[in-house]
Design a protein around this ligand. Structure first.
Ligand SMILES: NC(=O)c1ccc[n+]([C@@H]2O[C@H](COP(=O)([O-])OP(=O)(O)OC[C@H]3O[C@@H](n4cnc5c(N)ncnc54)[C@H](OP(=O)(O)O)[C@@H]3O)[C@@H](O)[C@H]2O)c1
Length: 249
């Protein structure tokens, strides 16, 4: 096995599926995790023989722990763990229920928290490892009012990623954490949002899942801490904070 061992959650469709195919084509062994086994098998069939399928619901810590064990049993090690599971919501903040908020936290935060915590003992034992968390531009700037609790959950994920990085930096400098923030991506994300909503493919200036996958592959090489997938995103973020935040005069 020449390349890295890469575990990708949310690999049955969209960005995760595209990343699995791109990583496999680059020579990596991939383990694909999501709930829908049939779809995972379809993706794996396009990834070659070093692809392993592991159905799991990543909102369950136990199932994530089992996924870590399955990857180590199959490949002897994990080099990169990509927390890519995520789900949107279509609901304005004034209409949010407690259940909406809890669901957004479970699917967008707990899944990544469990991934980071459950792979950590393996990375500590090896003294090396790379976690990549797939966030969103909406995790930095809450542009889309109708995504409300999703934006909040991704903001939480961003903070958690930065704090994990700081915690590990001193004692385990070989363990690194990257955050990747796409803008609109033409996947089923919009259609899969809680309470329905517009298809992501109906928005202008989106990226393909393959373009985003290529950026994530680069991050595996550079181990950069914080990366936007769409050119111009950094300037949009700076403009936003220039307008909303001011020191007292
Ligand atoms: N598309 C966009 O516009 C966009 C923009 C910014 C950020 N993102 C982020 O990119 C990531 C990937 O989204 P996508 O666009 O590829 O959407 P997608 O096509 O809806 O993919 C979501 C993936 O997550 C899996 N998943 C959902 N809940 C799960 C659970 N409880 N346990 C295990 N797997 C679960 C789904 O598979 P199963 O149903 O088989 O479990 C699927 O593979 C997400 O974190 C999303 O927030 C997307």
């Amino acid at each position: 096995m020449a390349g890295r061992v890469v575990v990708i959650t949310g690999a049955s469709s969209g960005i995760g599926a595209a990343l699995a195919e791109r990583a496999a084509a680059a020579g990596d062994a991939v383990m694909l995790v999501a709930r829908n086994e049939a779809r995972l098998r379809g993706v794996a069939a396009r990834c070659g023989k070093e692809a392993h399928v592991h159905p799991a619901d990543c909102t369950s810590r136990l199932e994530v722990r089992r996924a870590v064990a399955a990857a180590v049993a199959r490949f002897d090690r994990i080099d990169v763990w990509v927390n890519n599971v995520g789900q949107g919501i279509t609901r304005r903040p004034s209409e949010l229920s407690e259940e909406d908020v809890e669901l957004m936290m479970r699917v967008n935060v707990h899944t990544a928290l469990f991934g980071m915590q459950e792979v950590l003992p393996h990375f500590r034992d090896r003294g090396t490892g790379h976690v990549i968390n797939v966030s969103s531009m909406l995790g930095r700037v809450p542009f889309a009012v109708h995504r409300s609790a999703y934006n909040g959950a991704k903001h939480f994920l961003n903070a958690l990623t930065a704090n994990f990085r700081s915690e590990m930096q001193e004692a385990h400098p070989g363990i690194v954490f990257s955050l990747v923030s796409p803008g609109v991506v033409y996947t089923d994300f919009g259609k899969n949002a809680v309470h329905g909503g517009p298809d992501s493919r109906s928005f202008p200036q989106g990226q393909s899942a393959e373009e985003v996958a290529d950026v994530i592959l680069q991050v595996m090489e550079t181990r950069a801490p914080d990366v936007y997938t769409r050119p111009g995103s950094h300037d949009r973020v700076v403009d936003y904070f220039d307008q909303v935040g001011r020191d007292p005069a």
